[in-house]
Design a protein around this ligand. Structure first.
Ligand code: SAM
Length: 240
């Protein structure tokens, strides 16, 4: 990463109240590995240094707003892709235990290799679909947090994520500028699967100013065994 990239990362993290000086070498290594991975596997559409720093690294760090990811929590990252938001979060919050999940094997292979290169033992990736994991006793109602960025609409996320959370657990969904319609559908879906939208926190991405919203859904009671429905249905026929 060149000096401009490092300055943007420092500044963006600083605007989020994070000091990441000691983690900068690890972010530089992550940047290199992502570029190598992109050449081989075409993992992400974001290719310029500024885009990767601001729209992957800083954008992922915004999941730390509101302090919902503090302490030694188990965190499932649903639809992690090339490892976002897992990697930036794992670098600045080493006490969190991450299970980044994706249905695409080549992406999870990349996440596994990258975690090993960065020495992140607390990141244990998994190939799979959220619908299947949500019905698997090894994963159902096992996680303190589910984090998700850029995967699906809020009602779909509620059906996929809430079965994976233990009671009292939180879905931390980082989204763009959410419409009132999607939010209402998300509220109804959350109720259907045992949860409640507790926080809607609109904010601007540091430096770029793009609209973002952090949505927190709390799991209040066990999810009915009807959910999640079989693979593909939550997206094809959202609950609301
Ligand atoms: N979260 C990453 C990010 O912010 O860069 C990746 C976002 S990418 C647009 C969405 C990812 O979610 C894809 O890699 C896709 O394979 C994965 N995905 C979508 N539906 C899924 C499901 N039901 N179970 C597991 N992974 C899923």
């Amino acid at each position: 990463m060149n000096r401009e990239g490092l300055d943007l990362l420092r500044q963006g993290a600083g605007e989020l109240g994070l000091k990441i000086e000691s983690q900068l070498p690890a972010f530089e290594r992550l940047f290199e590995l992502l570029q190598e991975g992109n050449t081989r596997l075409n993992l992400t559409a974001l290719k310029t240094e500024e885009d990767i720093v601001l729209k992957h690294f800083v954008d992922s760090l915004t999941c730390l707003r509101g302090n919902y990811l503090e302490g030694s929590l188990s965190v499932l990252d649903l639809g992690t892709g090339a490892g976002f938001p897992t990697f930036p979060l794992a670098l600045v919050r080493p006490e969190l235990h991450f299970t980044p999940v994706d249905s695409t094997r080549k992406k999870i292979d990349f996440v596994r290799e990258t975690a090993a290169q960065l020495g992140l033992d607390q990141v244990v990736p998994l190939v799979g679909r959220a619908e299947a994991l949500g019905r698997d006793a090894e994963h159902r109602e096992q996680y303190d947090r589910v984090v998700v960025r850029a995967v699906a609409s809020l009602p779909v996320l509620a059906e996929l994520a809430l079965p994976l959370l233990r009671e009292g657990g939180l879905l931390v969904a980082q989204k763009g500028d959410i419409t009132a319609e999607e939010l209402n559908a998300g509220r109804r879906a959350a109720g259907e699967v045992g949860g409640k939208v507790q926080v809607v926190d609109p904010f601007e991405l540091p430096i770029l100013g793009d609209a973002r919203t952090l949505i927190i859904i709390e799991k209040l009671k066990p999810t009915s065994s009807k959910y999640p429905r079989r693979e593909g249905l939550p997206t094809a026929q959202p609950l609301f």
